[in-house]
Write a protein that binds this ligand. Structure first.
Ligand SMILES: [Zn+2]
Length: 284
């Protein structure tokens, strides 16, 4: 497996070849930064955890440069910080028993550049080698620019695959903006209950991010709990931890559907739902 960036990092926790690690992959997450996968693709991680016939592979597109540093990391140089974040992502792969963890090594600006084709080539090569059945990506209504830019590269890479080689399921998941606003018929409800310890420890690995005072670990677990409880007002909680996802497969059934048109239609549905509720009860 040859990737374009000189800083690319390919890691296989159990030490088999990267080719074999990709070949056995059934679920894959592609995230912008170190720690994104553990926030949004936990459903795929636990589906494969300790299974012989299911394997999760993580792909992290950027090198994590430019992240805030404070506390014990305040004196770290750029290079030291990049290395610390790379090692944290590897540690998560060990803990979550991933098949492989690939860190593509790009600066965020290279991902945001419309002209940059190298990340698309890398992603296409990885997807062709792994042929995951389920693919977890950022959702197109996320508010973090690098997340959106990463998703755009992923969509181009998937569209470059033969239709028969594309993942059967492609989910757009929650990080910076949740998906509670999607109408219930359009929400994909991914049950992630029953793995509290693994969930917490996979998030706590990313100490460089948490030490600055951003408790992504608590926030992520809290969101999963809130999703489960606020999902249906008339049912008792069947699950205590849920992540929501958007079904992105329409983007790969039709290669001419733009992400902009796709999100526009979801927002229109949300708008209709919210406005119709008011129309039913308000006197005016
Ligand atoms: Zn991120």
């Amino acid at each position: 497996m040859q990737l374009n960036h000189s800083q690319a990092d390919l890691y296989v926790p159990d030490g088999i070849s990267i080719e074999e690690a990709l070949r056995r992959t059934t679920c894959m997450g592609i995230g912008a930064h170190q720690d994104d996968l553990e926030v949004f693709a936990f459903h795929g991680i636990i589906r494969c955890y300790d299974q012989n016939d299911e394997w999760f592979t993580g792909v992290t597109v950027t090198n994590g440069s430019g992240s805030a540093r404070s506390g014990p990391y305040s004196s770290f140089s750029d290079e030291e910080m990049l290395e610390a974040r790379r090692l944290e992502q590897r540690a998560a792969a060990d803990l979550g028993k991933y098949s492989a963890q690939l860190q593509l090594g790009y600066d965020s600006s290279e991902i945001k550049s419309r002209e940059s084709r190298s990340p698309i080539e890398d992603l296409k090569r990885i997807l062709e080698a792994a042929r995951p059945e389920v693919l977890y990506l950022h959702n197109p209504a996320d508010k973090h620019e690098t997340h959106i830019a990463s998703l755009v590269k992923c969509v181009e890479a998937i569209r470059a695959l033969d239709p028969g080689a594309r993942p059967a399921k492609v989910y757009g998941c929650e990080v910076w903006r949740d998906l509670d606003w999607l109408s219930d018929e359009q929400k994909i409800c991914l049950d992630v209950s029953g793995h509290e310890e693994l969930a917490a420890s996979l998030l706590e690995v990313f100490d460089t991010q948490i030490a600055g005072g951003k408790r992504y670990d608590l926030a992520t677990l809290g969101r999963r709990r809130a999703n489960a409880t606020f999902y249906d007002s008339h049912q008792i909680d069947r699950s205590d931890s849920v992540t929501f996802a958007m079904d992105l497969s329409p983007l790969f059934d039709s290669d001419i559907l733009s992400l902009e048109e796709f999100v526009e239609s979801k927002i229109q549905d949300f708008r209709a739902e919210a406005i119709n509720s008011l129309k039913r009860f308000e006197n005016r």
